[in-house]
Design a protein around this ligand. Structure first.
Ligand code: ZN
Length: 303
């Protein structure tokens, strides 16, 4: 692939570009942004870690709630550029951005680039062959958006009762010793923060984990919770369908996710409305197959 192909691709894109990237690649994303701006286009590039900081843990619901911060801006763009340094999709956040891009566009225009480590030159990797979401998937996302958007939620409190048992009652914790994930009830989590409870990984028994509360930032309404890492293992990638399952699940957890709670603690469901039914039928029918992205065959040529 040559620089020419990148320039040719740029010539065909719209006036407003959304740049999707991994936080660690912010400098490279910035290079792409500068270039696109020099072609007299507008660029939306959110600062790194705006949705979640390194070492921060979230509730399943919050993985979707935070996404709302980017949707308005994304909606106004007509091209998405993925800065792919070889591991673009190894993150829940880049996956969710592509999912939303597919939701808003009937013909989602997107391509990927790679920035050379040494020279800083931008290499065109090819188009992302994205398809739009199915109507059922779009309906599910509209419900999720309506339920996670804070303004709508505050003006319409009954939308709050559509979530499954683990959506807002628990934090999702990655274990660096075994690479698996588990849920900790918020009561057990805050007791751990205060050293009144010890949390061990229910997969590998390593622990106790140390959790701490950070300073509140302007984006979110509660103080962030950080985990001190145990072990060096990279946690297994959680994909969008797994987070969605945790959002609506009301029964047993998938075997890959275990639960830590206080002794004798009950976790209650919030799911009195029918999101659970809608989502489980969609999840069950398609296994959210659309969440798996197919990069164009060009990508393989460049690896
Ligand atoms: Zn573990």
């Amino acid at each position: 692939m040559t620089a020419n192909q990148f320039e040719m691709a740029i010539n065909q894109i719209g006036k407003r570009v959304f740049i999707s990237y991994r936080s660690k690649d912010i400098k490279k994303a910035q290079k792409v942004k500068d270039y696109i701006i020099s072609t007299e286009r507008e660029v939306i590039l959110f600062p790194p870690e705006i949705l979640s900081a390194v070492g921060e843990i979230l509730k399943p619901f919050e993985f979707l709630e935070l996404m709302e911060f980017i949707l308005d801006e994304m909606h106004k763009c007509n091209t998405l550029i993925a800065v792919d340094q070889g591991d673009f999709l190894d993150s829940y956040w880049t996956q969710i951005e592509l999912t939303q891009w597919r939701r808003f566009n009937d013909h989602p225009q997107a391509f990927s680039v790679r920035v050379n480590e040494e020279s800083g030159s931008i290499q065109y990797l090819g188009e992302l062959n994205l398809t739009t979401l199915s109507n059922d998937e779009k309906r599910l996302w509209i419900r999720i958006s309506n339920g996670t958007n804070r303004k709508l939620r505050e003006s319409n409190p009954h939308t709050m009762s559509i979530w499954g048992r683990y959506a807002r009652s628990c934090f999702l914790v990655p274990c660096g010793a075994c690479g698996e994930h588990f849920l900790v009830s918020k009561e057990a989590l805050y007791a751990s923060v205060n050293n009144e409870f010890k949390t061990y990984c229910p997969h590998c028994s390593r622990g106790p984990f140390q959790f701490s509360e950070g300073e509140k930032n302007s984006t979110f309404y509660r103080k962030p919770i950080f985990i001190k890492r145990i072990g060096q293992k990279k946690p297994r990638l959680l994909d969008v369908s797994e987070i969605l399952t945790l959002l609506v699940n009301d029964k047993e957890l998938p075997s890959t996710i275990k639960l830590v709670s206080l002794p004798d603690q009950e976790i209650y469901t919030e799911g009195t409305k029918n999101l659970i039914g809608v989502a489980t039928s969609i999840l069950g029918l398609t296994a959210l197959a659309g969440i798996i992205y197919f990069f164009s065959s060009n990508k393989d040529d460049t690896n």
